[in-house]
Design a protein around this ligand. Structure first.
Ligand code: C2E
Ligand code: CA
Ligand code: CA
Ligand code: CA
Length: 279
């Protein structure tokens, strides 16, 4: 149909229309899901390499769709970032993760830090300080037990405003980490300006660490640099023992990955990790 001349324009038009309609349907669907409470958080453990202690947990959103079942974030977060719904969605994530962190504490996981992913739009368009303050107040969680995962793209955009916001969050006592470290931006100067606590080494470098000399060199260098700057390091996407052994050799502080556990619902997390198993 694309080649029959006169119809090409109409075809193109129709295609654009379909795309626009899909976007509209997605916007509507996500907003309804938010109102109906169809989003859930799953939790993935973060383990210290020395001693094997559980020290943190990352909260990861899923859409519990009535027909499609559990929809992974890769299928709706990009749309939510495009249409702005990531801002109210992100507020819900913060509050829910903080409330769950308090439940984890009550189940005996007393020093567990809960890490929450933030989107650049929450900094640009939302009032992230207010959202964090609300989540901490309403949940009663100690600020030290909340970690905010920032991407490099957050830290390089609109720097002065972002810098002062990040500083005030830091002053409040919440922890900060840089997610997907090594993939976002070529300048490292922001590491001097933003006093973060932790680097999360991106899984694209970690996964084949034991078989790829370049990945190995990059991961090793990130760990060394992090430590020289006084930062903790965590490797994401650890899927097997050889990778874990390498990370231990390089004195990486923590690991997260399928080798330890996939992200799981809160109840399963408590069943697996809490010393006393009361919800
Ligand atoms: P991310 O923040 O880099 O999260 C890590 C992703 O890697 C998660 O995918 C996790 O399930 C997956 N993963 C963990 N260990 C392994 C492993 O050993 N092997 C492999 N192959 N994968 C592993 P998930 O849950 O599908 O999340 C994808 C992305 O969606 C996240 O990447 C994050 O960018 C975004 N996301 C998830 N939840 C939220 C949220 O609440 N807010 C925002 N803004 N973004 C979120
Ligand atoms: Ca993350
Ligand atoms: Ca990541
Ligand atoms: Ca990511």
């Amino acid at each position: 149909a694309k080649n029959d001349g006169g119809n090409a324009y109409r075809f193109f038009n129709q295609e654009m229309n379909e795309e626009a309609q899909e976007r509209l349907a997605m916007h509507f669907g996500l907003r309804q899901a938010l109102e109906k409470g169809e989003f859930v958080l799953h939790y993935q453990p973060q383990i210290e390499l020395v001693g094997g202690n559980l020290v943190g947990v990352e909260a990861l959103i899923r859409w519990n769709h009535p027909e499609l079942g559990l929809v992974p974030p890769g299928r709706f977060i990009p749309a939510a970032e495009e249409n702005g719904l990531i801002v109210p969605m992100g507020e819900w994530v913060l509050l829910e993760a903080c409330r769950q962190a308090v439940r984890f504490q009550k189940a005996g996981l007393s020093r567990l830090v809960v890490a929450v992913n933030l989107s650049a739009l929450q900094f640009k368009r939302g009032d992230i300080e207010q959202s964090v303050r609300l989540a901490l107040d309403e949940s009663g969680l100690a600020p030290e037990l909340l970690e905010l995962e920032l991407t490099e793209s957050i830290l390089i955009g609109d720097t002065e405003r972002v810098l002062s916001t990040v500083m005030r969050l830091k002053k409040k006592g919440v922890k900060l980490s840089i997610d997907d470290f090594g993939t976002g931006y070529s300048s490292l100067s922001y590491l001097k300006r933003f006093k973060v606590d932790k680097l999360k080494i991106d899984q694209s470098f970690v996964r084949n660490l034991a078989h790829d000399v370049e990945d190995d060199a990059i991961v090793r260098a990130i760990i060394q640099m992090g430590h020289s700057l006084g930062l903790r390091t965590i490797a994401e996407g650890v899927e097997d023992q050889p990778v874990m052994d390498r990370l231990r050799l390089y004195h990486c502080d923590e690991l997260q990955g399928y080798f330890i556990s996939r992200p799981i619902p809160a109840a399963a997390f408590i069943a697996a990790y809490a010393p006393s198993q009361q919800a």
